[in-house]
Write a new protein. Structure first.
Length: 359
């Protein structure tokens, strides 16, 4: 009985010590409470495949009442913004540039011979399937309200991804996330490990400048990131058979620009952490919101306005746009000056803050 009471006492003391150690650190209290709440809110609002704001290019070769009623029914859903274009050449340019997500072409003499074509941007297969299916449903409903006319024939076609393969959409996104997470965590761990082992102070009191120290840490990680990009691209093309229609040099250049942001964030996280465990927890807190707000799985335009605004400071968002364009649409860096500029601005901002905070 006495032995059991002593064991219970030791257990109570151990539990008290663990709870005290866990809760007395302000950083740990923050990690325990704030990240779960933020992630819950982000998943609750941003994690949706519903199509709510899709731009539709309309090429109508018929100006009859039936075609106008059809367009009115599509606009009445509140999910689509109709853009009337004069011909398919303009519509093709709009979908190539990402200005619209679908083309709706209405045939001539639509009232007498109802036929139309739906062309969806297949680089995002989930949204393409949802948009094409909903538009086809609206067309069928509009046809059901008429009588004495032939059945409507709907022809669906997806550009860039003819079979709407989810793998073609997700593999480039996975590549971006792998590079982002690995290089950011590796950068943070390298600095924190120096601090944890006591060698960081020795390095900083040597004649080596802080900027030189940071560059010396960044270059090896950048090489790792570029190697990962080449490796994942090879696996995506050779194993998963995802098409790569762009330039490999453009991919490496955009990845190098992304690495400025990832390493800047990693260095910034290291200035707030004294142990590798704290660095890992801090990185987890950063990674999850950036993953959700990157557009990897959930379209950014479907999110609430405040989350769309928050996504503008996410470098992963801009890299995903370039990466998917290079893989599926065959674009290049010339088409993405804004995305490259934003990644550079965010990256150098994080690096500047890291240099200022590094002591």
């Amino acid at each position: 009985m006495r032995r059991a009471a002593m064991a219970a006492g030791r257990l109570r003391a151990l539990l008290a010590k663990e709870f005290l150690q866990l809760l007395r650190d302000p950083r740990m209290r923050f990690v325990l409470v704030v990240p779960p709440l933020i992630q819950l809110l982000l998943f609750g609002y941003a994690a949706t495949f519903d199509v709510r704001h899709a731009d539709v290019a309309v090429v109508s070769h018929d100006d009859g009442q039936d075609s106008r009623d059809l367009l009115a029914a599509i606009g009445a859903t509140g999910h689509y913004t109709l853009r009337m274009l004069p011909d398919m050449r303009r519509a093709s340019a709009a979908i190539d540039q990402g200005d619209v997500r679908v083309i709706l072409q209405i045939a001539a003499h639509y009232s007498a011979h109802p036929a139309l074509q739906i062309i969806a941007d297949g680089s995002d297969p989930n949204s393409a399937q949802l948009i094409a299916s909903e538009l086809a449903r609206i067309v069928q409903q509009a046809a059901a309200t008429r009588s004495g006319v032939p059945a409507i024939t709907v022809q669906e076609r997806a550009w860039f991804n003819p079979n709407l393969e989810d793998r073609w959409f997700f593999v480039p996104g996975i590549m971006a996330n792998v590079i982002f997470i690995s290089t950011m965590m590796l950068t943070a761990m390298m600095i924190v490990r120096e601090r944890e082992f006591g060698t960081l102070e020795r390095l900083l009191v040597t004649p080596v400048a802080r900027l030189e120290f940071l560059i010396g840490k960044m270059i090896p990680v950048a090489c790792v990131g570029l190697f990962d990009a080449l490796l994942v691209t090879a696996v995506a093309v050779l194993w998963f058979e995802v098409p790569f229609r762009g330039s490999l040099a453009a991919l490496m250049a955009s990845t190098l620009v992304l690495l400025v942001s990832t390493q800047g964030l990693g260095l910034l996280l290291s200035t707030f952490s004294t142990t590798q465990q704290q660095a890992m927890l801090s990185a987890t807190f950063v990674i999850m919101p950036m993953f959700i707000l990157s557009g990897f799985a959930f379209p950014i335009r479907n999110m609430p306005a405040i989350l769309q605004w928050l996504s503008t400071v996410n470098p992963l968002r801009y890299y995903l746009v370039i990466n998917r364009d290079l893989f599926l649409q065959g674009g290049g860096l010339v088409e993405h000056p804004f995305e490259l500029a934003m990644m550079l601005v965010l990256g150098f901002s994080a690096l500047a803050l890291s240099v200022l905070r590094l002591r």
